[in-house]
Design a protein around this ligand. Structure first.
Ligand code: SF4
Length: 313
């Protein structure tokens, strides 16, 4: 058994209930993520960049053994995949979920039941996949689940386009932040995810996440307890800005930042007519990205070496 999940103290003090109310109120002129659409999601999803109204939509949930090793341990990571997204990544590997809406609306009670089921199945954490646009609904579900016995730490598994105001609502609620750092260049973010300020919003968000939880801490079995874990997907021709991303992490976050330099980019969705995204990164492009992270002195995901040897065989 690890340390107590952060949110349990907020449940006891009544603060989590206040956070639920504050987050739900913001649905009426939504500014929950970096897009700040200002629409009333209680009335409809029209005009919402995330195409999501008052209820969260869930695609699937269950124990997941393909995540980073500190999340998986022996019991798996308890993933809940939220449908829709606040980004429009042209290469999204889950575009049927994020862009086409594959999933079902859930009430907070149903979300709570999913969390408790994952705990009963022996998962080490509740891994909220694409949570940025449904923070209010997650908090509402969490309150119900925590009052019914949930104690697992939360993993906030985000595309990284998160507002500081919303992260303030998650301070003391989330134990493990797992943001993407997709790009370091504004123009690339605009072209590939349809938001022109991705890099600025993302870097500010990662700073705040690290301020809240610090470097990744694991228990004696290597299972994550609390901290920051950054994901960085290598894109062809250096489009992901790996050099700038790793320098930012080293200089402005911590040289001890845990990073997963991801090799699994494949052309899909809208990339077939979008060179150079119509091909995988070459072995040397991926090796260069890993080398940059190593040279920055960051803490690399332990599977990296194995993966970089195997992936192009
Ligand atoms: S969560 Fe973000 S994308 Fe969705 S309506 Fe609110 S501000 Fe817009």
């Amino acid at each position: 058994m690890g340390v107590e999940a952060a949110y349990l103290g907020l449940v006891r003090s009544g603060e989590l209930k206040r956070r639920v109310a504050a987050a739900c109120a913001r649905l009426e002129a939504c500014d929950l993520c970096g897009r700040e659409c200002g629409v009333n999601r209680r009335e409809s999803s029209a005009g919402a960049g995330c195409r999501t109204g008052e209820r969260a939509v869930v695609s699937s949930y269950g124990p997941h053994f393909g995540e980073e090793e500190p999340l998986v341990g022996s019991g798996g990571s308890g993933t809940i995949f939220f449908t829709w997204c606040n980004l429009r990544c042209q290469f999204c590997q889950n575009y049927n979920i994020s862009q086409e809406g594959d999933g079902d609306e859930v009430e907070p009670e149903e979300l709570a039941r999913m969390m408790l089921t994952l705990q009963a199945q022996g998962c080490h954490n509740i891994n909220l996949v694409s949570p940025s646009h449904v923070v209010a609904q997650i908090l509402a579900g969490l309150l119900i689940a925590a009052e019914a016995g949930l104690r697992l730490p939360l993993v906030y598994n985000t595309g990284g386009y998160d507002s500081l105001k919303t992260l303030a609502l998650l301070d003391g609620v989330v134990d493990i932040y797992m943001p993407d750092m997709k790009y370091a260049d504004a123009g690339v973010g605009q072209r590939l995810s349809k938001v022109g300020d991705y890099a600025a919003i993302n870097q500010a968000a990662v700073k705040e996440m690290h301020r809240q939880v610090g470097d990744l801490a694991v228990d004696a079995q290597g299972v994550a307890q609390r901290g920051l874990l950054v994901r960085h997907l290598v894109l062809p021709e250096g489009l992901a800005g790996t050099d700038q991303v790793v320098r930012f992490l080293r200089d402005e976050i911590s040289p001890n930042t845990y990073i997963n330099v991801m090799a699994q980019y494949r052309p899909c969705y809208r990339t077939y007519d979008l060179p150079p995204l119509d091909r995988r990164p070459t072995a040397s492009e991926y090796a260069k990205a890993v080398r940059l992270a190593e040279e920055a002195g960051l803490r690399l995901d332990e599977r990296l070496e194995r993966r970089s040897r195997l992936v192009w065989i």
